[in-house]
Design a protein around this ligand. Sequence first.
Ligand SMILES: Nc1ncnc2c1ncn2[C@@H]1O[C@H](COP(=O)(O)OP(=O)(O)O)[C@@H](O)[C@H]1O
Ligand SMILES: Nc1ccn([C@@H]2O[C@H](COP(=O)(O)OP(=O)(O)O)[C@@H](O)[C@H]2O)c(=O)n1
Length: 211
Amino acid sequence: MIIAVDGPAASGKGTIARALAAHYALPHLDTGLLYRAVGQTLIDHGGDPADAKAALAACRFKDKLLVDPRLRDDAAGIAASIVSTHPAVRAALIDRQRSFARQPGGAVLDGRDIGTVIAPDADAKLFVRATSQIRARRRHNELTARGMAVTFDHVLADIKARDKRDSTRAAAPLRQAEDAVLLDTSYLSIESAIHHAIDIVEQRLAARTSG
Ligand SMILES: Nc1ncnc2c1ncn2[C@@H]1O[C@H](COP(=O)(O)OP(=O)(O)O)[C@@H](O)[C@H]1O
Ligand SMILES: Nc1ccn([C@@H]2O[C@H](COP(=O)(O)OP(=O)(O)O)[C@@H](O)[C@H]2O)c(=O)n1
């Protein structure tokens, strides 16, 4: 079974994808980390994320970078959202994501274009959203808990800029797949968001077996 979980920054898609993976005993891939690794490689080497050629070269990052905690920083997120606008970067990362999705037994992937581009044939698709204020509050809490000195207003501005870039880019923009189920987590606790997500997947599976 392939489960696709998409949505904007800090909507809760990673939390939901990890919980679904644990519930169904499936492997999970946070595809945002791949773009963050490309962004971080450029930060480390003084490259410009807007330079498509430099960004493509940075796609050859070492796998050990994927566990580097710096990938969770704001700077890596912003650089990721710039490198991800280059079609050549998206193309360089596509095989890895598609083969993860198609491994025997299936997988859960979360990102921006899983339901639309990476796994359009996924068995269940969720589109997770929350208001930008609530997402900024969550991300701000997360960053300050990690000791980063960043203001709420700064995080909110970053989230809005990233939303705009992710949804207006020409290559694989952030959008809800037609057959994805919308899950608004704005006023849901983590537990209840996970509960709703499992319900959605169960309904999809039931519809598939009865249809
Ligand atoms: N429903 C929720 N209510 C409150 N906090 C949440 C909820 N879902 C996720 N979070 C918290 O918000 C932050 C961002 O969640 P995450 O799942 O990493 O989002 P995304 O993968 O969409 O960027 C994390 O600190 C997470 O624990
Ligand atoms: N499948 C994906 C995943 C991430 N991305 C890009 O990578 C950036 C970082 O993704 P992320 O999922 O780690 O970001 P958060 O939602 O966790 O803040 C996003 O802003 C997107 O621009 C993408 O283009 N396609």
